[in-house]
Write a new protein. Sequence first.
Length: 394
Amino acid sequence: MSTPKHFIVWIVVGFLALCLLGCAAQQPAPKPQALLGFDEAIQYLSNDLLNQLKKGSGREIIVIDPFVDIDSGQQLKINETIGVKISETFKARYDVRELTPENFESADYVLNGIISYEKNKAAPSGKAYRIYASIFGDESGKVESAADVWVSAVEYAPADIYADSPVYLREKDLESKITAAKTRPGDQVPQAYVRFLVTKALIAYGDKLYGDGQFEEALEPYTMAEQREDGKTLKVYAGLYNIHRRLGNIVAAEKAFGRLVAVSVEEYKRIDVKLLFQVNTATFIQDSKLTSQYYIWLRQIARYIADSPYCINIVGHSSRSGAEQYNEKLSERRARAVQEIMAKTDADILKRSGAKGMGFRQNIVGTGADDESDAIDRRVEFVVVDCNTLPAGK
């Protein structure tokens, strides 16, 4: 008995449809270390994460813990674009939301991501940005999907509250965030990361309000975060400093910075402040709004060290552009200029500190781009040392 022609047609159509669906779900992976344009990379990342997720019951909620550049600890403005693209890709199956206390309370999953600058043979400079992300159950901590992708270029502009921060924010919770983003499906993200998410949701909400110019409203979630046991962090005190400064509460801002100094010294034995200098000089940039803050920062650091048992090395750094010997001398001049300013608050700082220049020997990024992406390489840091190690006469 022959098979009806229309039945054969339907079989062929069905087979082709299944092939098309399979092609849509199984996007071809880029070659190892291949560099994608930013939009293409985020689309690939989103599809890869979604394809690994098993369809749950109902339209489950995913909250995004903002992606962070791991060299500086900063969130970048491109987080907004990343969030929009992920939400668009996931919208048929999941409700993707930003991380806030209310959204976290309702969430089924957390999507976490990081941006890393790593060695890459395909990149002209030998290094390129790599974005990692994972999705895990907000209660179980078990990773359901994970992906990474190389990006040819990243628009490096910090989110507003990070751009305004007086310090770089590479602190302890960043390490667990990095580990969580790189955790493979079936494994557990660090419990330290999961526990911190309640406080993190308050901080993320405060950051959004700050970025929207709602400084008075941003004060509440940051104050609530600071009151939590795990909320006495550099990020929280830097946020409170920024918010109070924006509100004109200068005394409260300086008090918050003083707490930031204490946490930096006691927990990390160093303070990484954002002191910007004019090109090829040891003079601060000509921006009175910024330099007026510099004197607050240096006054608080000098007072803390003067009243503590600690001594410090003031270490200047430079970006990679220019000759090595020149940059080493320039970075030392900058360190000594900072030391002299601090001595005006307390002359004893001259006995309790050393000043040295590292040039570009301890670059973190090392591109020599001389823009926001390698600003951390042009830093001045204060490193706690044994007083007996300071040069004779100090």
